[in-house]
Design a protein around this ligand. Sequence first.
Ligand SMILES: C[S@@+](CC[C@H](N)C(=O)[O-])C[C@H]1O[C@@H](n2cnc3c(N)ncnc32)[C@H](O)[C@@H]1O
Length: 393
Amino acid sequence: MTESWQQQLQQWIEAGELYQGTLSQLRRKDETLASRTVIRPVQMKDGFYYQFEAHHPNKVYHENVPAGRAAERIAELLDSQYRQALFKTAEADVQVLLSKKGKAAVLRKPPTGKAPAGGLQHNRQKNRIIREGEAAPFLVELGIMTPEGKVHAQKQDKYRQINRFLEMVTDVLPHLPADRELTIVDFGCGKSYLTFALYHLLAVEQRRDIRIIGLDLKEDVILFCRKLADKLGYDRLRFLVGDIAEYEELRQADMVVTLHACDTATDAAIAKAVNWGASVIMTVPCCQHELFRQVRSDALSPILSQGLLKERFAALATDAARGTMLEALGYKVQMLEFVDPEHTPKNLLIRAVRGASSVSREKWEEYTRFRDFLHVSPYLEHALEDFWPKPVK
Ligand SMILES: C[S@@+](CC[C@H](N)C(=O)[O-])C[C@H]1O[C@@H](n2cnc3c(N)ncnc32)[C@H](O)[C@@H]1O
């Protein structure tokens, strides 16, 4: 996975906290390259972007990059062009110096500049995907907004969570095919606030050609969701009762989401997504009991001998294993903070975007070292066994 300063940068960008970045010190003399690139956030009508201002000797070029791809673009520029970066947030100035071999020295200093008045975060609040004051019918029906579009005081957290989720989806939309119907599956959809929100964004607001399938074990919630979809006239949204691992209806899907599906239900969902060749997988795991029962390591006994620490460690190890397996399968993986209205520790969102189609042996070996060290045998590895490199005999 990426280095920690890159993860930190990703988080600043996701949260709209990076208000300026400067890339400088060319790796080689080349007059065709911009000697400096300055990066600033811009709020456009269709979303949140970062503007890359490339300073050439006699010209300045601008490129607007969706916020979800800005960190990747910065990494590419640092890889190919620059050796120095300065990132400014309200909390700190962070300087990154890269050696010729790409090793980073990171220097964190108190902030020298001033974040824009009102703060970017404030701007983002004002520019939420579903705005207060404009009643979204599904939110009215779900009791989050009044028919006038006012968010009920006790539903503010849920409203924020829905918007945050939609922002995270918006960031990856460029990775989904735009020339045909999209198939999206929400596994363990429950009462489906986020499924309805997805439909609202993509089918109602953006008028995309989509179909969404929500699946859950619970018959009563599925009945509730079907009735609501009918009432709203959401005719490309279907709800089915069933177990994730046994769902066999599809041959292909473009995006799979699974939020708070317990324990290995998350793995069953990831395995389906990989088998369908999904371009995007978004999952907020919870109740990671599987590795809690398996993990063993004498060196880690200070953690593993304390129930609470062991539980948290097992959850992190489970998600790290999932992330690394997805990377081995060619996905670009980000671990992001998700707002959870219940304020539980279940606030990690794994977002994976399909990249290379071949399996990375290096990442696979990174994964196997990790699982062997912990003496675990995760469900997901077995569910995906056809994909893994065969042992050399
Ligand atoms: C905590 S709720 C989350 C609901 C929704 N995704 C959300 O985040 O608001 C978890 C849901 O996953 C469903 N679930 C758990 N295991 C499942 C499985 N194996 N197959 C289908 N649904 C499952 C449960 O029935 C429950 O409705």
